[in-house]
Design a protein around this ligand. Sequence first.
Ligand SMILES: Nc1nc2c(c(=O)[nH]1)N=C([C@H](O)[C@H](O)COP(=O)(O)OP(=O)(O)OP(=O)(O)O)CN2
Ligand SMILES: [Zn+2]
Length: 150
Amino acid sequence: MGRKIRLTKEFRFEMAHALWKYDGLCKHFHGHSYILRVTVMGEPIEDKKSPKYGMVMDFGLLKQIVHEEVVDRMDHALVLNNDSEHQALLSLPEMGERVILTQYQPTCENMLLEMAERIKPRLPKGVLLHSLRLNETANSFAEWYAEDNK
Ligand SMILES: Nc1nc2c(c(=O)[nH]1)N=C([C@H](O)[C@H](O)COP(=O)(O)OP(=O)(O)OP(=O)(O)O)CN2
Ligand SMILES: [Zn+2]
């Protein structure tokens, strides 16, 4: 009998970005209240002596990993494509602290690809990243599935 279980934890962060050379309003600086849902999959620990007995992984550890790899870096950051003409902004030191320059266009899709690569290696042995869902607005979101990326 299968014992696989999925766990999901939700995170929220505020982030500004601009889509360089985009043919619409999103080429301008603007912000979103992002919602990230992280789903992992594994089997509950059977060792009764383990403090994590009965858990696939501790929700607290998942929270720590996602905070370190995603939320603490991106919350209240301005994320810009490195190809954009951002030099003027970065000349203000107090502005530059939370500016993240990406090698990619900071769309929902590309942010998810980076998040997946950051989170995957941090998970405990036997626990897999199943999927990510990133809401950019209340009615727009993108999803990453391990199954789609084998
Ligand atoms: N495939 C993608 N399309 C767009 C992205 C993206 O990341 N991937 N991003 C943007 C903008 O940054 C912004 O998110 C606007 O998105 P949109 O859903 O169009 O927002 P609206 O407020 O205009 O949508 P409503 O449905 O009216 O709420 C653009 N496209
Ligand atoms: Zn946007």
